[in-house]
Design a protein around this ligand. Structure first.
Ligand code: U3P
Length: 151
């Protein structure tokens, strides 16, 4: 009897555990480092069109619930950005001391919300620049967690 019960209950139990195993990682909260990648990294774009920011801010989920007022995308390979964590330490905008300024200028696109643009119609100005970037790094070295600005 007990063995019969086990045989009936075991396969669905295994199925539930498998489904949970697949679903749970995707529900896990986004880390600061993952957020940095989503919001600021775009190494593969070579041509930036005037509607780049409008499209990218939407595609990267920065127009959900409100229009993020400003955001910078970096068009350089990830290792070149991560290595900035080993370059000159500078004070961050909000006073913390874990910011680093890149020694080399990088290709970036600065997106800022157009005057008068209101949620949910988030419309952005697209500005291509070549600047040193300032990023914050945390936990393990090489882990960029925040884009602080450019100079
Ligand atoms: N920000 C940029 N580029 C800039 C300046 C600021 O992307 O040149 P967060 O999601 O709050 O970390 O400073 C406020 C927000 O604007 C920050 O985003 C910062 O990354 C972004």
């Amino acid at each position: 009897m007990a063995q019969e019960r086990f045989c009936i209950l075991f396969p669905p139990l295994v199925l539930v555990l498998l489904v949970l195993g697949c679903v749970q990682p995707s529900l896990a909260k986004e880390s600061q480092a993952e957020k940095f990648l989503r919001q600021h990294m775009d190494p593969d774009t070579s041509t930036v069109t005037p509607d780049y920011c409008k499209q990218m801010m939407k595609r990267r989920n920065m127009t959900v619930g409100y229009c993020k007022p400003k955001n910078t995308f970096i068009h350089e390979p990830l290792p070149d950005v991560q290595v900035v964590c080993f370059e000159g330490t500078v004070r961050c905008e909000k006073g913390k001391l874990n910011c680093h300024k890149s020694t080399s200028k990088m290709r970036i696109t600065y997106c800022h919300l157009k005057k008068g643009s209101k949620y949910p119609n988030c419309d952005y100005e697209t500005q291509q620049l070549q600047k040193s970037i300032v990023v914050a790094c945390e936990c393990r070295q090489y882990e960029t967690v925040h884009f602080d600005g450019f100079v």
